[in-house]
Design a protein around this ligand. Structure first.
Ligand code: SF4
Length: 211
């Protein structure tokens, strides 16, 4: 196949992924915006499945941000332990809850930069929160997204901030939220870190690693 521009590659990628994963969506539970944000914090280096299970127990005991802000570190740590990085995630969850009930008046900010003032919330989580809660166009570059975009040929970088910019250059703004979810779907099903299943992959016809 002759070399194609990244814009053309992005379009082919979008079409193939939409067809392969028509029901693609965020896999974190999202009953309340602030709970989704807490799950986003817990999701660092942890599977969404585990986060959903663990947060269920957390919210049974501490159902709102006031109760989380007032809980002791030890109580939060014990509940979120299965998600790993317990100390830093406890500090981050409590800082988020304190900001939510104090500085933000019970409403999550729409500005990712404001969210990034919370301990432990980086660009990926901030983008996830504003994208899922407000539909604000933002690309979430997680480990799957970074890997598959590199393999396909959308980016040559492994730096998440650079990958995000490369994606934003070639995918229309209204696709930024969905392309993150679709990348996760592809990464979980075909384009796994070890032994990608290129033979069955819907992108095999144009992926630069495959061809
Ligand atoms: S063809 Fe292979 S390397 Fe390319 S996206 Fe599909 S699984 Fe990944």
């Amino acid at each position: 196949m002759p070399a194609v521009s990244r814009s053309k590659l992005a379009l082919m990628t979008w079409n193939a992924l939409r067809e392969a994963f028509p029901d693609s969506a965020c896999s974190l539970d999202s009953d309340l915006p602030e709970r989704l944000a807490v799950r986003g914090i817990l999701s660092a280096q942890c599977t969404d499945k585990r986060v959903n299970l663990t947060s269920k127990e957390l919210f049974e005991k501490f159902p709102d941000m006031i109760s989380i802000a007032n809980a002791s570190d030890e109580e939060i740590k014990a509940l979120i332990k299965p998600c790993g990085l317990t100390g830093s995630k406890t500090a981050s969850v409590k800082d988020f809850a304190s900001n939510f009930v104090g500085n933000w008046g019970g409403k999550i900010p729409e500005d990712p930069n404001e969210l990034m003032k919370v301990r432990g919330i980086g660009r990926k989580i901030a983008n996830l929160i504003v994208g899922e809660i407000y539909g604000i166009p933002a690309v979430v570059v997680d480990t799957h997204c970074k890997r598959v975009m590199g393999r396909i040929g959308i980016t040559d970088s492994s730096d998440p901030a650079h990958v995000e910019k490369d994606i934003m250059k070639v995918f229309d703004k209204d696709k930024w939220i969905a392309i993150g979810h679709l990348s996760v779907d592809l990464g979980r099903s075909y384009c796994k870190a070890q032994s990608p299943d290129c033979g069955a992959c819907p992108l095999a016809g144009f992926c630069r690693r495959r061809i």
